[in-house]
Design a protein around this ligand. Structure first.
Ligand code: FE2
Length: 262
């Protein structure tokens, strides 16, 4: 994968894609491949190029090696570094071995949590997968790992990215996206008083939503897979895959924009 860091004066640009659900076995398989290719092409045409792309999970739908090969081929065309958080439809081992480029925070556990310290904003990928359901979970091991990671650098602006949104989404079929409030409380406790954590980016809900956890603003983004996207959008973008651009500068923090890939 080619890297082209181009941030200036402490700012950075993150492109967020999510829930691509690549699945050649699905009747929507070809369309989902095209949805992702259109986003990659559009990101590569941005000027300036984003400093990083984050994928907030569900790269493939119930992953096997063949599906990850398809996803890796398409994402390999990105001109900027890619960092992936595992989704409930993903295979942790595949994400860890192919896509999790960063410093492993929990190396002797199954959990895919890592930090990327190469940018003006520190990025921390959280593992919110449940062992038993498609909902989210966040256990003591993951909470302690997050707490330890945040303690390493209490000054640098930090953004979290994860699959399951840890806030209420009233318009969703599942208003809370975790197995239990206890799981969300464990994440909240790890984040309380950590003023350098300035944003969280999520997927899973397949729709635009916003909330907070421990005073940290957190958003979810629509699925790149159009057939799985939820929420109302203008007619002119009905057939366009959507992703988000998050621009950071030290004065304003993050400003986000929804983009339709042509
Ligand atoms: Fe999904």
């Amino acid at each position: 994968m080619r890297h082209a860091a181009c941030y200036t004066l402490g700012g950075m640009i993150i492109a967020q894609i999510s829930d691509t659900h690549i699945d050649p076995d699905s009747p929507y398989g070809a369309e989902r491949v095209r949805n992702l290719e259109r986003c990659v092409d559009d990101i590569n045409r941005l000027d300036p190029l984003p400093d990083a792309v984050i994928h907030t999970g569900d790269l493939v739908h119930n992953g096997n090696a063949a599906k990850y090969r398809v996803a890796a081929r398409i994402l390999g065309a990105l001109k900027c570094p890619l960092h992936v958080a595992a989704g409930n439809r993903d295979d942790r081992a595949a994400i860890r071995s192919i896509f999790a480029a960063g410093r492993d925070l929990l190396p002797d556990t199954p959990f895919v949590q890592y930090s990327v310290d190469a940018y003006p904003v520190r990025l921390i990928a959280l593992d919110t997968l449940s062992e038993t359901t498609n909902m989210g979970d966040f256990c003591d091991i993951r909470g302690d790992g997050l707490r330890a990671a945040l303690a390493e650098d209490g000054a640098k602006p930090t953004a979290l990215f994860m699959h399951h949104p840890p806030f209420e989404i009233r318009e969703s079929q599942y208003r809370w996206q975790y197995d239990s409030q206890d799981a969300i409380d464990r994440m909240r406790r790890a984040l309380e008083g950590q003023g350098h954590v300035i944003r969280g980016f999520c997927g899973h809900a397949h729709r635009i939503a916003a909330g907070k956890i421990a005073e940290v603003p957190v958003t979810s983004t629509p699925s790149v897979a159009i057939d799985l996207r939820l929420g109302a959008f203008p007619d002119e973008v009905q057939s366009a895959p959507l992703y988000q651009i998050h621009r950071f500068d030290a004065r304003r923090g993050f400003v986000s924009e929804l983009r339709a890939a042509p």
